[in-house]
Ligand binder design. Sequence first.
Ligand SMILES: C[S@@+](CC[C@H](N)C(=O)[O-])C[C@H]1O[C@@H](n2cnc3c(N)ncnc32)[C@H](O)[C@@H]1O
Length: 256
Amino acid sequence: MSDPRKAHEQEPTTHFGFQDVPESQKAEKVAEVFHSVAAKYDLMNDVLSGGLHRLWKRFTIELSGVRTGNRVLDIAGGTGDLTRKFASIVGPTGQVVLADINDSMLKVGRDRLLDKGVAGNVQFVQADAEKLPFPDNHFDVVTIAFGLRNVTHKEDALRSMLRVLKPGGRLLVLEFSKPGNPLLAKVYDTYSFSFMPLAGKLITNDSESYRYLAESIRMHPDQETLKAMMVEAGFERVTYHNMTGGIVALHRGIKP
Ligand SMILES: C[S@@+](CC[C@H](N)C(=O)[O-])C[C@H]1O[C@@H](n2cnc3c(N)ncnc32)[C@H](O)[C@@H]1O
């Protein structure tokens, strides 16, 4: 008979922040984080980025080239910042799908968008970025904002996003990245590992989730590595733009 402890030992591991965990446990741990932060997610985004996340997202919309009538997938869409903007641009002849793996985040997103009068052209779908439940060649634009670093198998997710895009369709990956300037990197480190967990503790009574945020940012592939992963997944004309000194980068790739 096989020894279950040995099976566990053989399982590949991945990082959850700075911890090494069996791959099968990462999604559950990420889910705990987002169940915990969902209710105060929007407030914390403004506090921690000083409102800058709004500019990063605005640039993402601009670079997506989205037009009236387009079909857009906002994967890991959370509370719906990008979805809301896309919905007003694509209009009643277009469609936006806000997909997220986490039902707490989806619920906050759905309630918030309904409160803001966004409804007719938006669908909410619980889905894993690694296995998107949509047809091939379906979307003009796919976005994943601050989501990819939480995904266990990033290569699978990138291939899945490529599959659901139409030829000529664009993937936009907005994510924390590596600051270029060593001085900025040092200041940012202090900010991330001291202020972020403290703000988490004071505002949400949850410093652990914000420690995970800081750690997961450090473990995420840097600009060039993510670019290479997108090329490897099959995207062409992959470029990236650093924002706020490289604290955040926006990668774009086109489906051939
Ligand atoms: C930091 S939030 C970003 C939300 C939103 N895109 C934004 O920029 O404000 C990350 C989101 O990724 C979602 N997520 C994590 N892993 C995922 C996966 N494998 N598939 C889909 N969504 C995932 C989380 O549930 C969470 O809502």
